[in-house]
Ligand binder design. Sequence first.
Ligand SMILES: [Zn+2]
Length: 251
Amino acid sequence: MSCQICSAGASSYITHGTHHLVRCQGCGLVYMDPPPAPFDVQTMYADTYNGATGSYFTKVDRKLKRSRHRIRRLARMCGGGAGRSFLDVGSNGGFMVEAAREAGFAAAGLEPDGAAIAWAKQHFPRNRYLHGLLEETDFGGEQFDAIYCSEVIEHAPDSNRFVAALAAALKLGGLLYLTTPDISHWRRPRDITKWDAFCPPSHCIYFSPANLTRLLDQHGFSVEWRALSFKPGIKLIARKRVESQQAKAAA
Ligand SMILES: [Zn+2]
């Protein structure tokens, strides 16, 4: 299987349990080859949060505070939340959706875990919640001004399909706030099995800032801001500069 981003060949990277990962010789993307089966992906998503009974939805105040901090930057770069729409792809307990509503956005969350949605509806009832996976959701032509997608892209076996779906759900000129682990970070443990973000098959693809920027560019996104991170994670905001189909036609 050649690289999804640059089409170069790949060499063996690590075999972890029954999972084999390779590293692209062109752009350094690390990914499962073969990719996880669709059934596994569904199973993984279904129990990601151990329902809402696990420890995930503790520290509610801290999660809301972090969400408010992140939404401030996004709202500022949008020109304010008022009159604009917001979608959180992988909205978990609805913290970011609630923060977006507070900032003036018409806010919605998309989440494959039904228990997480139920929790969000109960605690933050003034928002709209959609149940499902991004790649399989039909928005009926609806497009958003801003999309937030944190720690989700590393779960998607087909990152081109995933980013194309993000692009399709975003208005021209709209902003995408994206976070994912950074395998190239200087503070990532040298023994990758000691890295808390290394967990195949749940995380089946591992980016660097360079190859993620390239992937986004191929789908019509320009990165306008990237956080300086002291932890091995990528946090960036990209603007959709062209329609996805145009980007494909130009490629
Ligand atoms: Zn590559």
